[in-house]
Design a protein. Structure first.
Length: 569
């Protein structure tokens, strides 16, 4: 039995305006959007347009339906009653049992309107169900941390309350005996130190953690804003125990130290799940471990915040709104291609589109998108996964990387049969993507017919806003760059406590957007050389990476030195 209070009769939008959480103009904007997407719920439209925060929306929904609203915490959830309902049911239904008192079961949901679900819970448990509305992020946290796989779940917060780097001195020995390694790896100081290394990396926004053996010591380095920084150098004797602890967490074989291994794990930090990919590699000094930090919150980047110019942003939005064709994002490893693609998918992620991805590996999970893990280890290659996917009635397909002729051919054919295909490619600039496809064996006339646009990009460090200083551009540099820097002011890094003395804080994208118009399509069909393609692209309005970088430097976002470091002339 489920009982809901009467609550307010006012519409959700009106309540949000009354509470000051939504402006009247934003309400009008959302209503116009709802008129064009009648199947999408009003609350989801508000979230998609980022007009209200999720927690605020859920609180007002609770008020509208006369229900309590609560932020979930570990102490509010009784793990002992999780077994009342199957784990798969809880995950699928997005529902968390909180506690049970004399036949009354209190459950947390983020959608109080799903009465059939609450009735089903009452039927299964034979309890009176009392719903509590909570924020979606709290529900995700509870489902992942409280109901997840206990053997593979590690909560960093449990280990960092009383730890500092001096804790490394607590370990007085580290055994080389393999029979003792697992026991030593479970010692409290080792556990705390490993969790502190992970904790600090995530808090500092590191993308990678390097645990490296060296003569007489081992060092821990973080890659932050694309640069490696040495964080600590614990005693060498701790290295085997630290590596073994990481292997235990990632479910790797601690006795295997002569071959590379790959694994992954998930940790919890401040209610958010962070995925970690672990790679070990034998060296002459011992095993090196590199951990890739896949923080989902860092992927919540919207297109306007990537760094695209206003003109390129509008053109890119027009391209991703097309019903068919190929869009390529190019650049070297670590240039932010995946972030750009996910931002594009989030922009067009509507209930009326079937969006599917083929990736290796699937780094980030996105609600409302069908994601396929491809890879030879799993028995399904990119090409095989794509063929199967085309039988699943997709509208939009994302390919993690076009890496061979077979994948390229299938992608082109998919785009020519009414699908929008987004993919990454490794080239230095956007015109080079055309010649890369030709070298893969794709006919030029097919490229001209299917290719809609190519976005080449790099990631560049942003100047610290607290300490940047004006720069007088050297005359040699003015002669080299000519009109690009004429009559412009620039800034240089200085270094302060806020940026840890580096002069930089955070990163932003540099972009070069090639839109394939009729003129360029004709040139592609004629199979021109790369230099001719570049000239034609320039004539069609292409702004090169260097141009974009210097424009951002003139705005004080970055420095000329950083632009010239990242972008080859």
């Amino acid at each position: 039995m489920v009982e809901l209070l009467q609550g307010h009769a006012a519409p959700l939008g009106a309540l949000l305006v009354q509470r000051g959480a939504l402006s009247p103009s934003d309400l009008e904007r959302a209503l116009r959007e709802q008129a064009s997407s009648p199947l999408e719920r009003f609350g989801e439209i508000l979230l998609r347009l980022q007009l209200v925060e999720d927690a605020v929306l859920r609180a007002v929904l609770a008020e509208q339906y006369g229900l309590p609203f609560a932020r979930l915490e570990r102490k509010l959830v009784d793990l002992g009653i999780a077994g009342l309902l199957p784990r798969a049911f809880l995950q699928q239904s997005r529902l968390v049992p909180m506690f049970q008192v004399e036949g009354e079961l209190t459950v947390a949901v983020d959608d109080p309107t799903n009465l059939p679900l609450l009735d089903e819970v009452a039927r299964r448990t034979r309890c009176r169900v009392l719903p509590v509305v909570t924020a979606s992020e709290d529900l995700d946290w509870a489902l992942q941390s409280l109901l997840g796989d206990e053997e593979r779940r590690f909560d960093i917060q449990d280990f960092v309350d009383r730890i500092d780097e001096g804790a490394v001195q607590l370990v007085e020995r580290a055994s080389e005996d393999l029979s003792e390694l697992e026991e030593v790896a479970g010692l409290s100081p080792v556990v705390r130190l490993v969790n502190f290394i992970l904790y600090r990396a995530i808090k500092d926004g590191a993308s990678d953690i390097h645990v490296e053996p060296d003569e007489g010591r081992f060092r821990v380095r973080y890659r932050i804003d694309g640069e490696l920084r040495e964080i600590m150098t614990p005693p060498e004797r701790m290295h085997p125990a630290i590596v073994s602890r990481i292997k235990v967490m990632a479910d790797l074989d601690i006795s295997e130290r002569r071959r590379p291994q790959d694994g992954r794990l998930r940790v919890q930090l401040e209610r958010r799940a962070v995925d970690l990919r672990v790679s070990t590699l034998p060296t002459i000094q011992g095993e090196k471990v590199v951990i890739r930090v896949l923080d989902r919150s860092s992927m919540r980047v919207d297109l306007p915040n990537l760094g695209l110019s206003s003109q390129d942003l509008e053109r890119w939005k027009e391209l991703i709104a097309k019903p068919d064709g190929i869009l390529l994002v190019t650049g070297p490893t670590g240039s932010g291609k995946t972030t750009t693609l996910y931002a594009a998918l989030q922009e067009i992620n509507h209930p009326d589109l079937n969006i599917c991805t083929v990736e290796n590996p699937v780094e980030y999970h996105v609600r409302g998108i069908n994601q396929i893990q491809a890879g030879e280890r799993g028995g399904v290659g990119f090409a095989d996964a794509l063929r199967a996917l085309l039988r699943q009635d997709p509208d939009v397909i994302l390919i993690g990387e076009v890496r061979d002729a077979e994948t390229a051919a299938i992608a082109v054919q998919a785009s020519l049969t009414g699908h929008l295909v987004l993919a990454t490619l490794h080239t230095n600039d956007s015109p080079s993507a055309v010649t890369r496809l030709v070298n893969m064996g794709v006919e030029p006339y097919l490229i001209a017919a299917s290719l809609r646009g190519v976005l080449s990009q790099r990631l560049i460090r942003k100047l610290c806003g607290a300490c940047r200083q004006e720069l007088r551009v050297p005359e040699s540099l003015r002669r080299r760059l000519g009109e690009l820097v004429k009559d412009r002011s620039f800034f240089a890094p200085k270094g302060c406590d806020a940026c840890r003395g580096t002069g930089y804080s955070g990163r932003i994208g540099l972009f070069e957007l090639l839109v394939v118009d009729d003129l360029l399509a004709d040139r592609i069909s004629a199979q021109p050389d790369l230099a001719e393609l570049r000239r034609t692209a320039r004539a069609s309005g292409l702004r090169a990476l260097l141009d974009d970088g210097i424009a951002k430097a003139a705005e004080g976002i970055t420095s000329l030195e950083e632009v010239l470091r990242v972008v080859s002339s």
